[in-house]
Design a protein around this ligand. Structure first.
Ligand code: SF4
Length: 326
């Protein structure tokens, strides 16, 4: 009974407050599958407002699974430049190729088959089942997790584990409008039950919410500890040209252009290092300038005055701006 009241309240709120997003337009089933696939890959690790222009640009030029399966990788990366986490777009293309070859360009409609596709894990598979196929699945993203934690006022580490939250999501119930309901929950978490300063005065769920009753809105997160890593980065320069290599050595920024670098043991003089956060790492980078003597495999010279004409990851661009300033 309570579950169905919650569902109705959230859907009612959604119908009156949802944002107009390009992947929420009225679409044919084929387009819905493709738009969901692309938007969900882009939304992994990236916020909705950032994704919108990237999504529009991507869909305009790569309008379906077949064109995505065929596009040349260099061109494809251009559409992702600035979004980061490039393994997502490579997996997206691999998935499109499998769909073209084995599924006649459509998405499979079982969660087991979806999870076998590159880049599709538990969350994305649940999102596709709900959003594309209107099946009663609830994808547990950060927004929905937070709504569950607040509704039940969960605080203990054992209470906020993924496993426990997966069990507790049944309090949200299901709806015949499964596609809308999954999106409604995400939207509600993003716009009303926000991480900081939830808008309880506009919330239809105050009567169902233990955090509201207890006046306790703090959210406890299980944080993965970042690992400190140290690198020596080599800058080879000839006039305005800089030598970059295609990265085949490190698991991050795979196959993308970067300055040659090596991992080194912990360096004590951290003041001299440049710091970046990439996935679960705190990268500490020491830069050294080197005169080129030997040829370096997989390398190319990049004109430092025409950086916009190359596909470079943000990491490499940030090194360039640091070099400019110093
Ligand atoms: S009452 Fe406040 S804390 Fe509870 S669900 Fe609504 S917005 Fe979130």
């Amino acid at each position: 009974m309570i579950k169905s009241i919650l569902t109705k309240k959230i859907l009612y709120w959604y119908d009156n407050n949802k944002r107009s997003l390009p992947w929420r337009k009225k679409l044919t089933q084929i387009k819905r599958e493709y738009y969901t696939l692309v938007s969900e890959f882009m939304l992994q690790q990236t916020q909705v407002v950032t994704v919108i222009p990237y999504f529009n640009n991507f869909i305009k030029d790569i309008p379906n699974i077949s064109s995505l399966a065929k596009i040349n990788e260099h061109k494809l990366l251009k559409y992702w430049e600035g979004l980061g986490y490039y393994s997502r777009v490579r997996n997206l293309k691999k998935t499109a190729q499998i769909l073209e070859k084995d599924f006649k360009g459509r998405l499979p409609s079982t969660i087991e088959e979806l999870k076998l596709l590159p880049g599709i894990g538990e969350y994305t598979a649940n999102a596709i089942m709900a959003i594309s196929f209107n099946k009663p699945f609830i994808p547990l993203d950060g927004n929905i997790e937070r709504v569950i934690k607040r509704l039940l006022n969960l605080k203990l580490i054992s209470e906020i584990s993924k496993e426990n939250l997966s069990r507790k999501k049944k309090i949200l119930g299901t709806s015949v409008r499964a596609s809308d309901y999954a999106q409604a929950l995400m939207e509600f978490g993003a716009l009303i039950c926000r991480p900081k300063n939830p808008l309880c005065s506009q919330c239809p769920l105050t009567k169902n919410c233990k955090s509201f009753k207890n006046n306790d809105f703090e959210i406890i997160k299980v944080r993965k500890k970042r690992i400190d890593k140290f690198y020596l980065l080599n800058v080879y320069k000839k006039d305005n040209k800089f030598l970059l290599i295609k990265n085949t050595k490190f698991s991050f920024l795979k196959n993308l252009k970067m300055f040659p670098m090596d991992e080194i043991p912990k360096h004590n003089n951290v003041k001299k290092t440049l710091n970046f956060k990439i996935s679960n790492m705190n990268m500490n980078i020491i830069i050294q300038f080197i005169k080129i003597k030997v040829s370096i495999p997989n390398s190319s010279w990049i004109d430092g005055t025409k950086l916009d004409s190359y596909t470079l990851p943000t990491f490499t661009k940030k090194i360039f701006s640091h070099l400019k300033k110093n």
